[in-house]
Design a binder for this molecule. Structure first.
Ligand code: TRP
Length: 333
């Protein structure tokens, strides 16, 4: 039997090239060797978008289209929607007892997010607890491998803590520990140089971004503020254009030469940016073509997600019956 992969995306916006190199490419690479479940985490998205459900609803389809665009094959991969599987919410409820509030407040990813968000009247309990919900998502499928960006590592750690505690307290082995499958490529910075490319930071290049926008965004990239005249020596470190070329330019020797020339002086930003924009456009073109084919056939996309959700629900229900038995809440057999 193949091992299981479970991963997911928050449907809060279209997926961008940071997702692509951080997690989506790994999903594609692993899809034939693992049984793969990909979840649209709409419940999780609602924890900080509860007042904007329309946005979440729309992006469920956008994010699944992005997954298909990068090459995840709907014939092999099970796509499903979190909210349509009540077993996940039930499991979450059992897990909540196994996690302290202090532990939730220490989760580094949640902490960072809290510092970036402005929760006005206070942090919603649902938001603070979303790592526990994520533990339920992963373990309901007995997933052993979770391809995610590195910001999700704390979620995997927390999941495994819950797994160990559950198995110990209820003297069982129904739950399986999992591991994060991380990209070898370092995290892609935002087009503005920010350490993170984020939908809410407005510094993304989307997988479905059209050519003119790619050119515009690359042209607005941060390079070296002291590189004013072409002949001035330029800095490679901290230069966003080079950071992207390091990731996307397959001709590493040429990149090394360009860096040398840039540092000496005599290489203009315009040439570099043109090179990067061309590379991104040609990398994304086949993905966008594939996306279009499915966008033009949304009935088919609905069918894929509906069938996937049914399959996923059966799987989660199986785990839940084992979980209920382990806890002793299986009253009616
Ligand atoms: N937290 C993930 C993100 O923001 C989305 C997610 C929800 C997820 N449930 C998951 C990822 C389970 C992996 C496994 O991208």
């Amino acid at each position: 039997m193949k091992k299981i992969i479970l991963t997911g995306d928050r449907p809060t916006g279209c997926l961008h090239i940071g997702h692509y190199i951080g997690s989506l490419q790994n999903r594609v690479k692993l899809q034939n060797d693992y049984e793969t479940f990909i979840m649209s985490a709409d419940i999780q998205a609602l924890t900080d978008n509860f007042d904007n459900p329309e946005k979440v609803r729309k992006n469920v389809f956008e994010t699944i289209l992005d997954n298909i665009a990068v090459g995840l094959d709907p014939k092999n991969v099970t796509f499903f929607i979190q909210s349509q599987i009540p077993e996940l919410t039930e499991l979450f409820t059992y897990y909540l007892n196994l996690v302290s509030v202090a532990r939730l407040e220490r989760n580094p990813t949640v902490k960072t997010e809290l510092s970036q968000k402005d929760f006005g009247e206070g942090v919603p309990a649902g938001f603070l607890c979303y790592p526990v919900s994520q533990a339920a998502d992963i373990t309901a499928f007995k997933a052993e491998v979770v391809p995610v960006g590195e910001d999700q590592k704390p979620m995997i750690e927390q999941t495994n803590e819950i797994v160990r505690k559950f198995n110990r307290i209820y003297k069982t082995d129904v739950l399986k520990e999992c591991e994060a499958y991380l990209s070898e490529t370092p995290r892609l910075r935002g087009t503005d140089g920010n350490a993170k490319m984020g939908k809410s930071l407005g510094n993304c290049i989307y997988i479905k971004e059209d050519k003119d926008e790619i050119i515009r965004k690359v042209n607005s990239m941060f390079t070296d503020p002291n590189h004013i005249k072409v002949n001035d020596p330029g800095q490679v470190e901290g230069n966003v254009v080079f950071a992207y070329l390091d990731v996307f330019d397959k001709n590493k020797d040429e990149v090394a030469k360009l860096k040398e020339q840039y540092q000496k002086g005599g290489l203009g930003d315009t040439i570099l940016k043109k090179r990067l924009a061309d590379i991104l456009i040609s990398e994304l073109e086949p993905l966008q073509k594939r996306r279009k084919e499915y966008e033009n056939n949304m009935d088919e996309v609905y069918r894929i997600i509906k069938a996937g959700t049914e399959k996923a629900r059966e799987r989660a229900a199986q785990t839940l019956s084992e979980v209920r038995r382990a806890i002793g809440v299986d009253y009616f057999g």
